[in-house]
Design a protein around this ligand. Structure first.
Ligand code: GDP
Ligand code: MG
Length: 178
């Protein structure tokens, strides 16, 4: 039944938020291209990429991914960026408590001004740098739980949990009702 198949396939705008340097662009490039370039420069100009994944129930999710071009420095521009987003990935660096604080700022911002049914994921990136960890997994998990968010630690460098992050978001996205 073609109708049923088409019905299962959804797409959504996904935005990444978080301090400059936490690895947002590297997460996107790992997910979309399977690459990690340690020498990659700061994103110049707006970046837009899309990637479609298949879930276990054989439905597909097309992510239209908006990566900031350094707008994270200008909080006032953020509403233009996350308007209409069905999913937000809020990233911090597990070696930097300041970036975890900033992530909490973005969570509050999205709770106030984001779309009503936005799926939010809290992501502790650079999990490969465990020897330099300064934000505990437990504290981040508790924060995410108390805010109804999904939490995961990733490494764009080693690819740990990158696909799992997007699959979990895909599963949580609301499906249109019949
Ligand atoms: P953005 O400003 O949030 O987009 O951050 P970038 O994606 O440009 O990454 C900032 C820096 O962190 C770059 O030097 C990356 O090589 C590095 N980086 C990103 N992700 C990881 C990671 O998972 N592990 C490690 N060790 N470094 C990372
Ligand atoms: Mg970037």
């Amino acid at each position: 039944d073609r109708g049923a198949i088409d019905y299962k396939n959804i797409r959504t705008k996904l935005v990444l938020l978080g301090d400059s340097g936490v690895g947002k662009s590297c997460i996107v490039l790992r997910f979309v291209r399977g690459q990690f370039d340690p020498a990659s420069k700061v994103t110049v100009g707006a970046s837009f990429l899309s990637q479609t994944i298949a879930l276990q129930d054989s439905s597909t999710v097309k992510f239209e991914i908006w990566d900031t071009a350094g707008q994270e420095r200008y909080a006032s521009l953020a509403p233009l960026y996350y308007r209409g987003a069905g999913a937000a990935v809020i990233v911090y660096d597990i070696t930097s408590p300041e970036t975890f604080e900033k992530a909490q700022y973005w969570v509050r911002e999205l709770q106030k001004f984001g779309s009503a049914n936005i799926v939010m994921a809290l992501v502790g990136n650079k999990s490969d740098l465990h020897a330099s960890r300064k934000v505990s997994t437990q504290i981040a998990q508790e924060y995410a739980d108390s805010n109804g968010m999904f939490f995961i630690e990733t490494s764009a460098k080693t690819a740990e949990n990158i696909n799992q992050l997007f699959e979990e978001i895909g599963k949580r996205l609301p499906r249109p009702s019949t």
